[in-house]
Design a protein around this ligand. Sequence first.
Ligand SMILES: Cc1cc2nc3c(=O)[nH]c(=O)nc-3n(C[C@H](O)[C@H](O)[C@H](O)COP(=O)(O)OP(=O)(O)OC[C@H]3O[C@@H](n4cnc5c(N)ncnc54)[C@H](O)[C@@H]3O)c2cc1C
Length: 416
Amino acid sequence: MTRMDALIIGGGVIGVSAAYFLARAGVSVTLVEMRTIAAGSSWGNAGLIAPNHSTPIPGPGVLRQGVRWLLDVESPLYIQPRLDFDLLRWLWQFRGFCNVRALDRAIPRLRDMQRASLDLFRQLIATEAIACDFEDVGGLVAFRTKKGLEAGVAEAKHLARFGLKTTLLDADAIHEMEPALHPDVVGGVFHEEDAFLTPHKFVFGLADAAQRRDAVIVDDVGVQGFEVAGGRIVRVRTTRGDVEPDQVVLAAGAWSTALARMLDVRIPMQPAKGYAITLPRPNPSPRRYVIFGERNAVATPMGDTLRLAGTLELSGLHGRVHPRRVNAIRKAAREYLILPERMPEGHVWQGLRPVPPDGMPYIGRSKRVGNLIVATGHAMLGLSMGPITGKLVSELVQGLPVSLPLDGFEVERFGA
Ligand SMILES: Cc1cc2nc3c(=O)[nH]c(=O)nc-3n(C[C@H](O)[C@H](O)[C@H](O)COP(=O)(O)OP(=O)(O)OC[C@H]3O[C@@H](n4cnc5c(N)ncnc54)[C@H](O)[C@@H]3O)c2cc1C
C-alpha cells in the first residue's frame, strides 16, 4: 500500500497540469494514467488557446441548428439515434442553457480562465523550455458566404462587449493576411489574442517538468474503485494494487462521470467525439489557425504539419471512427484553403471531449466526499484552460485561496 499527499486520476492536459503545479509547490503527488500520458483527448486536438472563443457549447440557436443537422452524417454536429436515458437527460438539461442569459453569464468566466491560462502557457513554455511549436500570433475565422460572414460579424460584436479584441476583415484584408486562403473566402474575423501549439508536445513537456520536480507519473495504471469511510476516500483500488492518498483529484476527462458515480457524486457529461487529420505541412500553408466559419472545423499549423480538426458527435464512450465524417473535414478544408490537388491521407485521430450540459467545467472540492477534488468537463476548451485548472487544483489541495473565483464550476451543481 502506498501513501501520498495527492493522487491524480488521468494523464491528460488537466491531470498533468495539476501534477506540475502540485510538485512545484512541494506536495508529494502521484498521477496514474490507465493508458499513456495524453492518450485521451489531449493528444490530437486542434491546439487552440483561444480566449477569443470563450463561448460554451450551448448557445442561442445551437438547438435549432442541431435539429437541422441531427441525422446528417456529414454535418458538424451528429447525434447517433439511440435510447440512452443519460443522453436524453443531458439533452434536456443542455436545452436549458441555449439562451443569451446563460451565454452572457458564461463568457466572462471562460474569458478570465483562458486569459490566465494563456499567461501561464507563455511562462511555462519559456521557463521549462517546452518545445511545442507555440505560436502567439492570433487566428482567423474565415467565411465563404455573405450570410456566414454576417453571423460571424454579429458574434464578434457580441464578444467585443466583453472586452475581447476582434478585427473584422473584408475579402482584400483577409487574403492579404493569409494568402493560403481559398479565393472564394469573402471575409472573416481576426482574433488577435489567441495562440496555438502542438498539444501532445506540450503535455509531454509539462509531464517531464513535473517529474523533474519529483511528481510520480505512472502509465498503464487504471483506477477501478474506491473505499469511502466517514465521507472521505480512504482507499483507491487500481489495476496495480491499492493506494491511500490524503486527497484525490479526478481528472479523467470523459471517463470521469462513471468514476464519480462510484462515489455517489453526479457530474453529468456526454463524451463528444471529434476527429483530427494531421498532414505534412502543404505549400502554401496558413500561418495562423483558420476556422472554417460555415463548417465548424479548423486548420492549425503545427510545426512541419497541418492539422485539420472538427465535428462533434454524441455517440457514446467509444473510439470508433466514422470515415464519412472524417472525409467531411477534408472536404471542408478544400473549400477554405488552397491545397495541392493530391494530398496524403494523413494520420486520423479521434478524441472525446468531456461536455457538461452547461458547457462549463467542474472544478472544485466535492461537498459529498471531503477529500475529492474534481477537475474535468472542459469540453472544447480543455487544452486552453489546462494550466490555470492545474494551478487552481494545486491551490485547492493545499487549502490556499484560489487565484480565480470558482462560481459556475461547482462540482455538485446538477444535484447530489
Ligand atoms: C477534435 C478535437 C479538437 C479540440 N480542439 C481543442 C482546442 O483547439 N483547444 C482546446 O482548448 N481544446 C480542444 N479540444 C478539447 C480538449 O482536447 C479537451 O477538453 C481536453 O483534452 C480534456 O483534457 P482532460 O485532461 O480533461 O481529458 P483527456 O485528455 O481525455 O485525459 C483523461 C485521461 O484520463 C485517463 N483515464 C480515464 N479513466 C481512467 C482511470 N479509470 N484510471 C486512470 N486513468 C484514466 C484517460 O486514459 C485519459 O488519458 C478538442 C477536442 C477534440 C476532440
